[in-house]
Design a protein. Structure first.
Lengths: 212, 234, 234, 212
C-alpha cells in the first residue's frame, strides 16, 4: 500500500527537530504542519515576511494583511514577528532556516531540482523557490514517485529547467524515502508498507543504492 | 515642505511620463497601493516598466494597468494569478523578466542603499544565471545581481505622520519598505495619518527621508485565498 | 530548546576557542554587551579577532580584552578613544584593519544574509580601495567588499522574550542587529526578559531565529561625552 | 576681519534648504545647527542610526542610549526615528541625504578631500567620513584657510591620504567661500568682510578662478 498525501506529509514531519525553523512549500508540504510532534518546538517561516506562522483563522479572524506565501489567510502566534521580504530572504539566503519541505516535478540523482517551469507552457515564475533551495540548510522534497502519465520523476538528469543544482537532501515519494548526498548520489532508505524494491526500480530512472 | 496631498491624483501630478519605471509594493494582493495604481491608470501614462513581485489579478491591483495596456514590461517573481497577463505575454505584447523573489527583494534594497551589485548563490546553475557574471568566494560559486531603482515608487503603509515616517501592518509590509527606498520619488498611501510624535521612534519601519508624498486612501484589501478552519463545537 | 541562560559565564560555555572571531555590537560605549565582554575575558580565550566599530575605552568595554592581550586583531572604523590600543598597535602587538563605518555595517549585514560580496562607492580612490577589485556600473567606479561572519556574536538588546525576539532602544541599536545575524552562534544580553506575546510583532527588530542564547545582564551604560545644555531660567 | 568659527557655521547654514536632510560632522560643523533659519524645516541625521536629532539634553534628561556620531548625549524630537547602522549607511550611500557639512585637513582644487589620517601619527580611523563623502548629494567643507603653521590647506593635490576623490562641492574658510565643480576646478565666490583677493591668494596653493 503506497503512501498517500497525508502519509508523505507525516513522514516528512519526522525530519523536524526540536528548535527547528522550517519553511513549508505549497501543496503536500503545507500538510506537514498537521503532523509536527507535540514534544518538539518548531517555528514556521513564511517567506513573504513572517516567523511563527499559526493555523488558518476562524471565519471571524480573517485578516487581509495576514497571509502566507501561498496567499492564504493565516494567524499569528505569541512568538510571531513580521519583517520585510528583504529581511526574510536574508534569513533564507543566509542559511538560518534549518529545513525546507518542497514539492517537485523532477529530482536528479545528484540532487538537482526542477519545480518551476515546463517549456512550452505559460511560466508562472519561480517565486521564492530558487532562494529557498539555495539558502536553506536542508531541503526535503515530497512528491509522487511518477507522473500522472507514469513517467519517472527521479532521473539521471532533470529534463526540465532547474530550480537549483545539487540542492536536495531527501526525497519522500509515495513509494519510499531517498537520501541524497548532494553531487554524489542517492540511496533508498525506506519503503512504504507493501512496496517492494522492484516496484521502486520499475518506476525510477535515477541510479540509486538500495539500503532497505 | 508639505508631504500630505489631498488625493491620489494630486499626489501623482507631475511625476509620470511615458516609458517610466515604477516600483509597486505588495505581495499578491496584500499590501498593494490600490489607490495609487488606479490613479496611475487614470494618468494614461504608457509603456511603463513595472517592478512588482506579482502582477495583480484580472480585476484588481496591477491587473487594471494590464487591461489598459499601459505596461510594457514586468519585472516579477510570480505572475500565476492573472489571465490577461498570460494572454498578453503569449501574444508577445508584454515583456517579462523573472527574478527569484529574494533576489528581487535584495535588488530593490540594494538600489535604495547605493549598492550597484551583489553576489548571491540563488539561481546558480539555472537559467537565471545565464549571461551573468560568476565569481567564486571561499570555494563556492555565486552570480552577480544588480541594484534596481525606479523613477517612481508607489507604496502602501498602515500609518504615516506628516514627516512621512511609516509603519506597516503584519505581512502587508513585504516589498514596501525596500521599494520606498529605491524610488527617485516615493508616493505612499496609508490607512491613517497620525499626529507627529504619536509613533514609537523605535518602531518606525520607514523613516520619512524616503517619502516625498503621502495620501490617505480607501482600501478594499481584497483577499486572494480566504482559507479558514472550522471552530470546534463544544 | 531553552534559550535563556542563568548568567554570562554559562551563556558562553563551550563557545570559545583560541583564534576565534567575535563580533561585538555597540557604537562607542553605547549598546555594548558589557556583561558578555567581561565573561569573554574571564574565559581566558586568546588570539581573538574582534569585529567591532570601536575598541572601547581603557577601562570599559573591549578595553578590558585589550588590557589582558586577548585580542590579536581588530576590524573597526574608529579606535581613537583607547590609549592601550594605541600603545599595543604602535608596538606591533596588535593587528588592525580599518573599514569605513558604513562598509563595516554592510559587511556584517551581508555576512548574515548570504551575500559574499557587494560593490560600493565608499573608499574609491583612497587607501581603502587598494588591492580590491574595481568595477564600473553605469559609468561610475565601485569597489568590491566582502561579507563578514563570526564564530560568535555578542549583542546587547533592550528586551528579549524566551524565543529570542529582540527590541533595541534608541541609538543603542547601531551594529547590534546585523551582528546578531552574522554570528554562527549569537549570544544576547538584555535589560529585561519579557513574557512571550508581550512584544508587538510588527516592532520586533531581531527575530528569534538569529538568537541562540540570552541572559539578563546588569548594565552600567557608561557615557563617553556627557554633553548638556543649561535650562533657561525664568 | 576674517570669519571666526561661528561666522563660518552661520555661512554654512545658508546652504541648507527647506525640507533638507542634513548630516553635520564633528567640530565647527556641529555649530551649524545653531544657525538654521526659522523659516525652513531641516532634519538632522546622525550616522550611528537616527533621523531627527534634537539639541543637547538638560542635565536630568541625559540618556546613555541616546548619543550622536560624536558620542555626545543628545535628545529626540517628535519626528525622530531610530534604525540600525546598516540602514543608516544605506540612507547615506544611497544618496538620500541632501547635504553634509564636514571638517577637513586638506582639499584639492578638483574636490579631493583629506580629513582622516596623518602619516606617522597614530591613525584613529575614518569612522563614517568616507561613506558620507561618497554618498551624500552635496558636501560642504568648513575649515581654517591655512594650518596653524600657516601652510595652505587648499592645494593642487592633497598630500595626505584621501577620504574621497572629487567629492567636495563647497569650501567655507575663515577667508571666504569656494565653489568646486567636482573634477574640474574651484572658484572663489565670496570674501569674508575686510579680506582681499590678495589675502586669499597669499594663503592658497590651489588654482582658483576669482568670481568676487
Amino acid at each position: 500500500m503506497p503512501w498517500d498525501r497525508n502519509d508523505m506529509a507525516r513522514r516528512a514531519a519526522q525530519e523536524l527537530e526540536d528548535g527547528f525553523y522550517v519553511n513549508l512549500g505549497i501543496g503536500i508540504p503545507t500538510l506537514v504542519a498537521n503532523y509536527i510532534g507535540e514534544d518538539i518546538d518548531v517555528t514556521l517561516q513564511s517567506e513573504n515576511g513572517m516567523l511563527g506562522m499559526g493555523p488558518f483563522p476562524y471565519d471571524d479572524e480573517v485578516d487581509a494583511d495576514l497571509i502566507n506565501a501561498g496567499k492564504q489567510t493565516i494567524t499569528e502566534l505569541r512568538r510571531t514577528s513580521y519583517f520585510s521580504s528583504a529581511d526574510s530572504f536574508g534569513m533564507i539566503r543566509g542559511g538560518h532556516i534549518d529545513l525546507s519541505v518542497l514539492g517537485a516535478m523532477e529530482v536528479s540523482e545528484k540532487g538537482d531540482l526542477a519545480n518551476w517551469m515546463i517549456p512550452g507552457k505559460m511560466v508562472k515564475g519561480m517565486g521564492g523557490a530558487m532562494d529557498l533551495v539555495a539558502g536553506v540548510k536542508r531541503v526535503v522534497v515530497v512528491m509522487d514517485h511518477a507522473s500522472k502519465a507514469g513517467d519517472p520523476k527521479l532521473l539521471h538528469e532533470c529534463s526540465l529547467p532547474l530550480t537549483g543544482q545539487q540542492v536536495v537532501d531527501m526525497v519522500i515519494t509515495n513509494l519510499g524515502v531517498f537520501e541524497i548526498d548532494r553531487g554524489k548520489g542517492m540511496k533508498l532508505t525506506e519503503l512504504a508498507p507493501g512496496v517492494t524494491l522492484d516496484d521502486v526500480k520499475a518506476q525510477t530512472q535515477a541510479t540509486f543504492e538500495a539500503a532497505v | 515642505m508639505k508631504k500630505i496631498f489631498p488625493d491620489a491624483k494630486a499626489a501623482l501630478e507631475g511625476l509620470t511620463f511615458d516609458g517610466m519605471t515604477v516600483m509597486s509594493g505588495g505581495f499578491g494582493l496584500c499590501g498593494i497601493p490600490e489607490n495609487l495604481i488606479m490613479a496611475l491608470r487614470d494618468t494614461g501614462v504608457k509603456d511603463i516598466t513595472v517592478i512588482s513581485n506579482n502582477a495583480g489579478v484580472d480585476d484588481f491591483g496591477l491587473g487594471f494597468l494590464l487591461q489598459t495596456r499601459q505596461i510594457k514590461k514586468m519585472i516579477s517573481s510570480y505572475v500565476g494569478e492573472n489571465k490577461e497577463f498570460e494572454r498578453q505575454f503569449l501574444a508577445g505584447e508584454l515583456e517579462l523578466e523573472f527574478n527569484p523573489q529574494g533576489t528581487l527583494a535584495e535588488r530593490c534594497r540594494a538600489g535604495g542603499a547605493g549598492i550597484p551589485g551583489f553576489y548571491t548563490k540563488t539561481g546558480v546553475g539555472t537559467v537565471i544565471a545565464e549571461g551573468k557574471e560568476h565569481k567564486d568566494f571561499n570555494g563556492e560559486t555565486y552570480i552577480l545581481e544588480t541594484g534596481l531603482a525606479a523613477d517612481l515608487s508607489i507604496v502602501k503603509a498602515w500609518k504615516a505622520d506628516e514627516q512621512g515616517n511609516l509603519i506597516f501592518r503584519k505581512t502587508a509590509r513585504n516589498f514596501n519598505p525596500m521599494m520606498a527606498t529605491a524610488g527617485k520619488i516615493t508616493v505612499v498611501e496609508v490607512e491613517e495619518i497620525v499626529p507627529l510624535g504619536s509613533m514609537d521612534p523605535d518602531c518606525i519601519h520607514t523613516p520619512g527621508i524616503f517619502v516625498q508624498r503621502i495620501i490617505k486612501g480607501e482600501h478594499e484589501k481584497r483577499i486572494e485565498q480566504r482559507t479558514i478552519r472550522e471552530r470546534e463545537t463544544a
